[in-house]
Design a protein around this ligand. Structure first.
Ligand code: ATP
Ligand code: MG
Length: 400
């Protein structure tokens, strides 16, 4: 993609209505646009990152037998009355109509499973979607951390025994670790014990990513690194008995719940006279975009991990007399995703946009580099600049 053709332009100033770092950088870089508190458009650059995160998540859910569906956002009141959740504060309701906007999907997925899982051999099953959720969040000030409309992956599993659910829960846990690792967040993300809500068993588990702008507080055992949400009351580490904890701010990027029979009871979903046992598993896709930005940035802008970056390379033309265009063609031919800054702008402006957008590699083709038959390559995450001969670019990039 040529920057001269890109829909968006970067902004030098922080947007006046944003307080969170993730929203400031994402708005300035042209990744998202704010329509209202907690309501954002994903612009071309932002949508590319969202798609990469989605693909990672889909791959891992498919790998543990999840089957993808897409359920409606518009949901009839009668489904919610069955579980007693029509009156929750999160629910946006359509005035004068018996419909609400889905803030979660147990009420839709349970009857679907009930329709198709009608013999023992149909179990277990796992169904997921990546879909827009609507929630009337009172505190929608932290950019993509807390949307009123946001993208979530939600998966629901159906089992005939507790043991089967317990086994699947472990598989999902491992798949979640792989998701966060592939998003570059492994070193920052803790599997955390959390208090169960009204509809779950006594404990649930969250995946919490450390960041000072996080809305949660977790305690990490100083000895064995076991982590607990602040809500969990414990004097000693439940894992090793040690009593010194590190207190850290974090954001919940995912959670896994053993739902038990709460929803199968509401819909009278039974097999062999016993209520079906359910699990549910969420990942905040758009919150992950915000989290990646909070964890990976500096004073110049975002520093995307390469697995989720909107492009692999930011190519800069500085009076190259058509040579940069050739490098652009060559890199694309090799399969790289390249954002080519072909604009009539100063080198300084191009460098600062490359830094702001956080593309992992910057390649510069200028009069100066061409004198040596070379280009300049710099990683966004490092300071070193390397001169690389044009015919060696491809080999060099393979090592990056
Ligand atoms: P939180 O405690 O942060 O409000 P939650 O317990 O309400 O989260 P779930 O309903 O289980 O979360 O949703 C699954 C995942 O979706 C969460 O782990 C989080 O990553 C994400 N999520 C929840 N609410 C929002 C929101 N308002 N905006 C963006 N992502 C969200
Ligand atoms: Mg919530």
């Amino acid at each position: 993609m040529k920057v001269s053709k890109l829909l968006t332009k970067t902004q030098k100033q922080d947007p006046s209505l944003e307080v969170s770092t993730n929203a400031k950088l994402l708005v300035r870089g042209g990744f998202v646009d704010k329509l209202g508190a907690g309501i954002y458009t994903y612009l071309p650059l932002g949508l590319r990152v969202i798609e990469k995160i989605k693909n990672i998540v889909k791959g891992e859910m498919d790998n543990i037998g999840g089957q993808e569906v897409l359920m409606p956002g518009l949901q009839p009141k009668e489904s919610w009355e069955k579980t007693g959740r029509w009156q929750v504060p999160e629910m946006y309701k359509i005035k004068d109509e018996d419909y609400g906007l889905g803030w979660t999907h147990e009420e839709v997925v349970t009857p679907i499973a009930q329709k198709f899982l009608n013999s023992e051999k149909d179990f277990p099953k796992s169904i997921y979607q990546i879909q827009t959720k609507y929630r009337n969040e009172p505190r929608a000030k932290s950019g993509l951390f807390r949307g009123r409309e946001f993208i979530m992956k939600d998966m629901y599993s159906f089992h005939l025994s507790q043991e089967d659910l317990d086994n699947y829960y472990e598989k999902v846990k491992e798949a979640y670790f792989r998701v966060f690792e592939r998003c570059g967040l492994k070193d920052f993300t803790y599997y955390t014990l959390a208090a169960g809500g009204a509809f779950t068993e006594s404990f649930t588990n969250e995946f919490q990513t450390l960041t000072d702008s996080g809305e949660d507080i977790i305690y990490i055992c100083d000895k064995c690194k076991f982590a607990m949400n602040k809500e969990v009351k414990a004097d000693k580490c439940p894992e090793c008995g040690h009593d010194v904890f590190l207190e850290k701010k974090s954001i919940e990027v995912g959670n896994i719940f053993k739902l038990g029979t709460k929803y199968s009871e509401a819909f009278n979903f039974k097999m062999q006279d016993k209520h079906v046992i359910m699990g549910c598993y969420g990942i905040g896709i758009s919150r992950l975009l915000g989290t990646i930005v909070e964890v990976f940035h500096d004073e110049k802008g975002i520093i995307f991990p390469k697995t989720v970056a909107p492009y692999d390379i930011y190519l800069i033309d500085i009076k190259s007399n058509g040579e940069a265009e050739k490098v652009y063609e060559m890199l694309q031919g090799e399969g790289y995703e390249v954002l080519f800054d072909d604009r009539e702008k100063t080198p300084g402006e191009k460098f600062s946009d490359a830094d702001l957008m956080g593309i992992p590699l910057r390649v510069v083709v200028s009069e100066k580099t061409l004198k040596e038959g070379a280009v300049e390559i710099k990683k966004r995450s490092e300071e070193t600049i390397e001169m690389v001969k044009i015919n060696e670019i491809n080999n060099f990039l393979k090592e990056c």
